[in-house]
Design a protein around this ligand. Structure first.
Ligand SMILES: NC(=O)C1=CN([C@@H]2O[C@H](COP(=O)(O)OP(=O)(O)OC[C@H]3O[C@@H](n4cnc5c(N)ncnc54)[C@H](OP(=O)(O)O)[C@@H]3O)[C@@H](O)[C@H]2O)C=CC1
Ligand SMILES: O=C1O[C@H](COP(=O)(O)O)[C@@H](O)[C@H](O)[C@H]1O
Length: 490
């Protein structure tokens, strides 16, 4: 059961009519309301709405089978406001003061900026100038990704926000940090000595992280075409997953201690030089093909609103090294892309083989032990081991021990946004990213982007419905490894 701490709060929902708010945030608010979280929301965007029409918009985003909605919807208010017109913020102040009193919200405020990042700094400044950030309670700022487009822009954005909010008040969302099995990495490692004792270069040969998607770019074409897979997925989600997989045990399980250990990992990832880039990174873009459900889909360049000559990568694979004692020489392979075979996120830990032994030659074909952390769609673990073949004295055969959190009747896992909102409401920023994590991650991305453009790294084609370009296989093959096929826990 997710822990809920009742903190009456007024939520300023910027981008209230947008895709993210409708698909993810309102359903998450509803779940929190069902768990007695106490809040009122002011929806903010330019287009006109009455409170009633806004409530209808929200109602349409809720699952059909959801129960009583009126009490929930009545807590939503709407104000048409253009971020670029500061004079509107005065009206917002009046409305928020009124709701604060009406719902006894104790001056606690969340400003959720579900907006294009170019508005983040301006929104913060206008909130401050209108006196909205002076409050008798606490104030938290939630910002969406992308947090800049390179280190310089991220730093400028951060400085703009720091004019108004303290670092401790800024909640940078990375929704992968709200996923059950991403949160489980720490428990798996630090509550199980059988793993932690072998969690290093002596026993692990390589780590493989896959975030594959079947969807194309959908309605976010213009954003995606300027961003690409590296900055959309690697800069944030994949860096966070590497950090949690590779970090040292924190001295205490407290927010800053955990973040400090994550920073050390990201900081230790070797930058990708122009000389090494073609050896370490693969860029791909999908051409037309058939998805596993039989649907024919077009090439990326033929997608609506995508430039016919676009060179944006829709797939990226890379081999990273973490330059510290624990991970010396262990490659971390990552890959992510749109229009791949399956929607799946998993981390595979491949353990080293036993030394080959002439006296036990029949054991020499044993497959590597694999520990797989299944993040989605299944939420669970599997452990591949070797056992003697049944009723034979000779060879071994691989077996898999599996645990699935969401397959059986363990209960519905809360959505990532629900968890993260609940954390922000109770003031726990552990599963949000601190500025230095973001900064080091951008520096690494900058090294890749600069090396790409210096060496004109080719864009390899892959068929929609495949697992990416062949060159992504070669990335591992030259080290004597291969990508392990995606697996399910059922
Ligand atoms: N959608 C997704 O799946 C994800 C989105 N994100 C991030 O979340 C943020 C929002 O994304 P998304 O919802 O997709 O974007 P949308 O384009 O769908 O929505 C943008 C919102 O901003 C409002 N808006 C635009 N201009 C102004 C303005 N000048 N003043 C006030 N409001 C304005 C729009 O309303 P109106 O036009 O009425 O003003 C709309 O509500 C972005 O940072 C995005 O990168 C992150 C991860 C996933
Ligand atoms: O941040 C993003 O994530 C989604 C994938 O999220 P998931 O929870 O469905 O795995 C991706 O589609 C999007 O391009 C990216 O911006």
């Amino acid at each position: 059961m997710m822990e809920i701490q009742k903190q009456p709060t007024l939520i300023f929902m910027f981008g209230a009519t947008g895709d993210l708010a409708r698909r993810k945030l309102y359903p998450a608010f509803y779940q929190l309301y069902q768990k007695n979280q106490d809040f009122a929301v002011i929806g903010l965007a330019r287009r006109p709405h009455t409170h009633e029409s806004y409530r209808r918009l929200i109602s349409d985003t809720l699952p059909e089978q959801s129960g009583e909605r009126k009490g929930f919807l009545d807590r939503f208010y709407y104000l048409s406001l253009d971020i670029e017109h500061p004079e509107n913020f005065g009206v917002l102040k009046e409305l928020s003061d009124r709701l604060d009193k009406q719902y006894l919200l104790q001056g606690n405020r969340i400003f959720y900026l579900s907006l294009a990042p170019r508005f983040f700094g301006l929104a913060a400044k206008n909130l401050k100038n209108a006196g909205l950030t002076e409050t008798s309670g606490w104030k938290h700022l939630i910002i969406e990704k992308p947090f800049g487009h390179d280190f310089m822009s991220a730093e400028k954005l951060n400085n703009d926000l720091l004019q108004v909010f303290d670092e401790k008040e800024i909640y940078r969302i990375d929704h992968y940090l709200g996923k059950e099995m991403v949160q489980n990495i720490e428990a798996l490692r630090f509550a199980n000595p059988i793993f932690e004792s072998v969690w290093n270069h002596r026993y692990i040969s390589n780590v493989q992280i896959t975030l594959s998607e079947t969807l194309g770019v959908g309605e976010r074409a213009s954003y995606y075409d300027q961003t690409g897979a590296l900055l959309d997925m690697v800069q944030n989600h994949i860096m966070q997953m590497i950090a949690l997989t590779a970090m040292e045990p924190p001295s205490r399980f407290e927010t800053e201690e955990i973040r400090y250990e994550k920073v050390k990992v990201i900081q230790s990832i070797r930058p990708v030089s122009a000389e090494k880039v073609s050896d370490q990174v693969v860029r791909g873009q999908y051409i037309g093909g058939m998805m596993s459900d039989g649907t024919e889909v077009c090439a990326y360049r033929d997608e609506e609103k995508i430039d016919k000559n676009s060179n944006t990568e829709t797939f990226v694979a890379a081999r990273f090294f973490i330059d510290n004692y624990r991970w010396s020489g262990v490659p971390f392979y990552i890959r992510t892309g749109k229009r791949m075979t399956a929607k799946s996120t998993e981390i595979v830990i491949q353990f080293k083989d036993n030394p080959k032994n002439p006296y036990f030659y029949h054991l020499n074909d044993a497959e590597p032990n694999l520990l797989v952390i299944h993040v989605q769609p299944d939420e669970g673990l599997s452990l591949k081991l070797n056992v003697k073949q049944f009723n034979e004295t000779g060879n071994t055969m691989p077996i898999s021990m599996k645990f699935c959190n969401n397959c059986a009747n363990v209960g519905n896992t809360p959505d990532a946004y629900e968890r993260l909102l609940a954390d922000c409401l109770k003031g726990d920023s552990t599963n949000f990213t601190r500025w230095d994590e973001v900064a080091y991650s951008w520096s690494l991305m900058d090294s890749i982007v600069a090396s790409w453009s210096e060496k004109q790294l080719p864009l390899d084609r892959y068929e929609a419905g495949s697992m990416g370009p062949v060159s992504a296989n070669e990335l591992l093959a030259k080290d004597g490894f291969h990508w392990w096929p995606l697996t399910r826990t059922e």
